[in-house]
Design a protein around this ligand. Structure first.
Ligand code: CAA
Length: 287
């Protein structure tokens, strides 16, 4: 993409598994310099460790040389404040799945970044139009929904809010493609295509467990071996994070009023107990 519309520098807000996965993919596949901000130094530390281990694995497997790995690493820098993202042409927000958190980040970014920049959110269920309502130029805001693990999953879901401009949409799409992803487009409906379909499925599996229909192992095995899913639904819910699953389901349920999205009682209890999945060391399984 030529001239002032080219994406030359990428900003990432949030150094969790999604934010760091996007940072690594942009720095390696798209060969772009990436600046990462997170208010938690612990998150940053964990995120950098993840990047280092994934690059070391690629070197070990002979996919990239040590020099290439160093180049990728050197393209990722950590910044200490949000306003250090001011020269980024595109910022991807990958913070907590919470409307108020996202609105406050976007409101700040819209004042910090140039009017020509693209402000993308990696939200899995919150309305792009709602997030854009917190900024002076809602046409800059777009949904770019990556999947976990970002370096491995081939898809990015692209979502236009009601006010997203065609230029913002096409620049966000070009960025995702430069990252080596296939792009599908979804309307700004709760959960978009991906989670409107995935969440009732995961919830149904949790309700099967709750009702004692089968053991967790057999529920997962049924889907893995019977339907060739790479992970069973309970394993996948643990992988996504049960807190994230609950937040998405609550948004879907609240926004549609449809009972098919009502989170199961067991899911809520698991989150209450702090057993939120792989990242906590315990969810439906122990890690
Ligand atoms: N970060 C980066 N790479 C990772 C990773 C991680 N957290 N976890 C695994 N990988 C990589 C491995 O390093 C390995 O890469 P190489 O082939 O380059 O060595 C590759 O994934 C395969 O890993 P493994 O061989 O260890 O294990 P596997 O074959 O069982 O695959 C998996 C692991 C790719 C995660 C696979 O189980 C899978 O595809 N699971 C389903 C994942 C899925 O559905 N994700 C979407 C969740 S929904 C979402 O993210 C969006 C939302 O809104 C909720």
């Amino acid at each position: 993409m030529a001239g002032h519309l080219a994406i030359r520098t990428v900003g990432i807000v949030g150094a969790g598994q999604m934010g760091m996965g996007i940072a690594l993919t942009a720095a390696s596949r798209a060969a772009l310099p990436v600046k990462v901000f997170d208010k938690s130094s612990q998150q940053i530390e964990g995120g950098l460790k993840l990047v280092a281990s994934l690059l070391a694995k690629d070197v070990h497997k002979g996919r990239i040389s040590t020099d290439e790995s160093k180049d990728v690493h050197s393209r990722i820098s950590v910044v200490s404040a949000l306003d250090k993202l001011k020269d980024c042409d595109l910022v991807v927000e990958a913070a907590a799945e919470n409307l108020l958190v996202k609105q406050s980040i976007f409101s700040a970014l819209s004042q910090i970044c140039a009017p020509s920049s693209v402000l993308a959110t990696n939200t899995s269920s919150i309305s792009i139009t709602k997030i854009a309502a917190s900024v002076a130029r809602p046409e800059m805001v777009v949904g770019l929904h990556f999947f976990n693990p970002v370096p491995v999953m081939k898809l990015v879901e692209l979502i236009a809010g009601l006010q997203t401009s065609p230029s913002t949409l096409s620049r966000a799409q070009s960025f995702a493609e430069a990252c080596g992803k296939e792009v599908t487009q979804s309307a700004d409906v709760p959960g978009f295509v991906s989670n409107a379909l995935l969440m009732p499925f995961l919830n149904e599996a949790i309700m099967c467990l709750e009702k004692g229909v089968a053991t967790k192992e057999d529920i997962d095995k049924t889907l893995r071996l019977g339907m060739a899913h790479p992970m069973g639904p309970l394993q996948l819910a643990d992988f996504i994070g049960l807190d994230t699953c609950l937040a998405i389901q609550q948004t879907l349920h609240r926004e549609t009023g449809d009972d098919k999205y009502r989170p199961s009682v067991l899911l809520g209890r698991m989150v209450d107990a702090g057993w939120v999945g792989r990242k906590a060391g315990k969810g439906f399984y122990e890690y």
